[in-house]
Design a protein around this ligand. Structure first.
Ligand code: ADP
Ligand code: MG
Length: 349
């Protein structure tokens, strides 16, 4: 039987390549918000405000009071692989900033309309520039500006109709954005975060800069969470070096859904193994199967973490994951058992 002739292999257009890549970095509105917040944090902001319309599909507007962007850098700001944070691959080993790939802003310009307004210290006025497909459109124009940078992302996925349709059907990202900002607010206590819907005065996240973690948790997650927390600490050494500190809910606290706010080396991440280990401890230790609230900050030697495993940087790879998870699990378990004993004594008096 005759075989079909082999199809010709062609090189994709640069614009197609960039749009495909952009769709991986920016999967949905909440991923754009995460990248934008991380940029504001990297710029040493102390105040970050996010305004969202239509779950972020229509508008995401983020304003910060960080160091701003130099006028001469605006033309290449949204090109792919332009960054102020990384120059050699080896730098990844010691990188403290959350960004490093120079892909986030570029990606947004391939799937949305992006406008940046920024002012650096000592300047009398700021500049505003618009971007599309990685390039600045026209010139940056002088304009009035307060301290820092404002990025406006409009009509996300206007040119990816399948993605837009799925997102429109799957329901609003606003709750995810509120959840994301709540997490950041609990870790970065010295930064004040505000998140609200466009056209609505009331904010859904409003944290006030503080030096007390418990105050931050109270202002974001409410008194009912904050009054039922116990401080935890754990550490390891040698091949399993780490430091962990945080808060876990006690036996008085009860909800249907587990919350694990996890930062590893100041990056907001997820760790399925750790979450499962925590769930198991609570299920085994507490009488009613109540789900915990957990905030945890883990610090590891940079060489034990690979931050570069996932395009959204959501998952990090830990070198000694099993050892660390076991250690944390047993610390939580003994804390829970002790607090339960304390409560029983108290209740019997
Ligand atoms: P990355 O964060 O990986 O460097 P991005 O595309 O997110 O890449 O941002 C590109 C560059 O734009 C950053 O390296 C930074 O210099 C600058 N930048 C982006 N957002 C801000 C901001 N809010 N304030 C100051 N500079 C910013
Ligand atoms: Mg970035």
């Amino acid at each position: 039987p005759a075989r079909p002739a082999p199809p010709q292999i062609r090189r994709l257009d640069e614009s197609v390549i960039n749009r495909i890549a952009a769709g991986e970095v920016i999967q949905r509105p909440v991923s754009a918000v995460k990248e934008l917040i991380e940029n504001s944090l990297d710029a040493h902001s102390t105040s970050i405000t996010v305004v969202v319309k239509d779950g972020g599909l229509k508008l995401i507007q983020i304003s910060d009071d960080g160091h701003g962007i130099r006028h001469q850098d605006l033309p290449i700001l949204c090109e792919r692989h332009t960054t102020s944070k990384l120059s050699a691959f080896e730098d990844l080993q010691s990188i403290r900033s959350m960004g490093f790939r120079g892909e986030a802003l570029a990606s947004m310009t391939y799937v949305a309309h992006v406008t940046v307004t920024t002012i650096t210290s000592g300047q009398l006025h700021g500049y505003r520039a618009q971007y599309k497909d990685g390039a600045m459109e026209g010139e940056a124009r002088a304009c009035a500006a307060v301290k820092g940078t404002q990025v406006v992302v409009e009509n996300l996925f206007y040119n990816m109709s399948a993605r837009r349709k799925t997102l429109e059907k799957s329901g609003d990202d606003y709750a995810k954005i509120v959840d994301l900002m709540s997490r950041f607010a609990v870790h970065h206590v010295k930064v004040s975060f505000v998140c609200r819907k466009h056209g609505v005065a009331r904010a859904d996240v409003q944290s006030i800069a503080t030096s007390c973690r418990l105050d931050a948790i109270r202002s974001v997650y409410g008194v009912n969470v904050a009054k039922n927390l116990m401080r935890i600490e754990a550490s390891g050494d040698g091949s399993c070096a780490f430091e962990m500190e945080g808060f876990v809910s006690n036996s008085n606290y009860s909800t249907k859904k587990i919350t694990v706010v996890l930062f590893i080396n100041d990056r907001l991440v997820e760790c399925g193994a750790l979450k499962r280990a925590i769930e198991i401890v609570y299920a085994a230790t507490l009488p009613k199967a109540s789900k915990p609230f957990v905030y945890m900050s883990i610090v590891l030697p940079p060489e034990d973490v690979d931050v570069n495993v996932h395009p959204t940087k959501r998952e990090v790879c830990l070198l000694n994951q099993e050892g660390i998870v076991d250690r944390i699990q047993s610390v939580i378990e003994s804390k829970l058992r002790n607090s339960d004993v304390a409560r029983t004594f108290r209740d019997q008096r």
